[in-house]
Write a protein that binds this ligand. Structure first.
Ligand SMILES: C[S@@+](CC[C@H](N)C(=O)[O-])C[C@H]1O[C@@H](n2cnc3c(N)ncnc32)[C@H](O)[C@@H]1O
Length: 305
């Protein structure tokens, strides 16, 4: 279906939302206005995350927003071992624009001192813009087509993770127009990391696929949070085992792992998750919040491979 490209988050009403798609160009404009200390900075900051809310890349939504991970932050403060707190670094896996990484950093600094640092890790940190005449296409860094547009009319090309084909005939016709897509010229990279995060020296940004082992991260972190990323909607059980084994490698001994998923309820989002400590070759369960993590059996059956 052709959708109307809107410079804000599409309205929540489903019948209208499905006819709208958020404009990635608004991310560039918001970053420019935040750089100039725009008087509407608070609302603009939320608008940046709201636009990402409507973006799906590699089968995963980029949805995030301020204040949605408060329970995970409380768990980190409660369970990071005293011996690991001073000057610690924590890894926020699948952090999207990193606005929740920034919040966690502030809370951990208040609890454990100003020397705390964070690494925002995500597999997709940029959107690439290509153009041929009036046709613009946005692609992920691995080349996956995400969206095409002509002016205010757009087409969502990104597929759900488990689908074999683009959803509809129009998408297929567009994607099969090889001559047009090959003739497109790369124009720019649009950063998906929040401008307020880019300005925070205490946060390092890292392109990281949780399924790929990064040996240089071995024993680096006192804590890791994986919120709204390690779940059975996005990954198979075998992939989750691999991801958890990688996180085990990245944690220091005694380091804290928090895995959580937010669920929508009529009154707002509810956080469900679990906390473990790295204990030798495996993980030792410490506490659940809400109904606990849906990948508990995976974590407890994992360790370094
Ligand atoms: C729904 S967002 C969660 C953002 C944030 N953690 C929160 O809870 O608000 C999921 C994020 O996971 C990232 N992601 C998906 N697959 C990933 C992978 N294989 N490795 C690392 N990050 C991944 C996506 O790019 C997306 O930014």
């Amino acid at each position: 279906m052709i959708q109307l490209v809107v410079g804000r988050a599409p309205p929540r009403l489903p019948v209208i939302a499905e006819r709208c798609i958020a404009d990635p160009e608004a991310l560039v404009e918001i970053a420019r206005r935040l750089d100039r200390a725009d008087p509407e900075a608070g609302a603009l900051a939320d608008r940046f995350s709201a636009i990402l809310h409507d973006l799906r890349i590699g089968g995963a939504w980029k949805r995030t927003n301020r204040g949605r991970l408060k329970r995970t932050e409380a768990m980190l403060c409660a369970h990071i071992e005293p011996g690991l707190r001073s000057g610690m670094t924590f890894l926020d896996l699948g952090a999207s624009d990193g606005i929740t990484t920034l919040e966690a950093l502030h809370i951990l600094r208040r609890a454990f001192g100003a020397a705390v640092g964070a690494v925002l890790a995500d597999v997709s940190l940029f959107l690439l813009r290509f153009r041929r005449g009036p046709v613009v296409e946005y692609r992920a860094v691995d080349g996956e087509p995400v969206m095409a547009r002509i002016g205010r009319f757009g087409l969502r090309l990104a597929r759900p993770r488990h689908a074999q084909h683009a959803h509809n005939l129009l998408c297929r016709l567009y994607l099969e127009s090889g001559w047009l897509r090959r003739a497109m010229q790369a124009e720019t990279m649009i950063p998906l990391v929040h401008p307020l995060v880019r300005g925070e020296p205490g946060i390092a940004v890292l392109e990281l696929d949780c399924l790929v082992r990064e040996e240089s991260l071995q024993n680096r972190f006192a804590a890791i949070r994986a919120s709204n990323v390690l779940n059975l909607g996005y990954f198979s059980a075998a992939q989750l085992h691999q991801a958890v084994a990688n996180l085990h490698l990245y944690l220091k001994d005694g380091g804290c792992l928090v895995v959580s998923r937010n669920h929508d309820h009529p009154d707002g989002e509810v956080e469900n998750g679990s906390v473990w400590l790295k204990d030798g070759r495996g993980f030792r369960w410490v506490e659940d919040f809400g109904v606990g993590s849906e990948i508990k059996s995976v974590v407890e059956g994992s360790g370094q491979r």
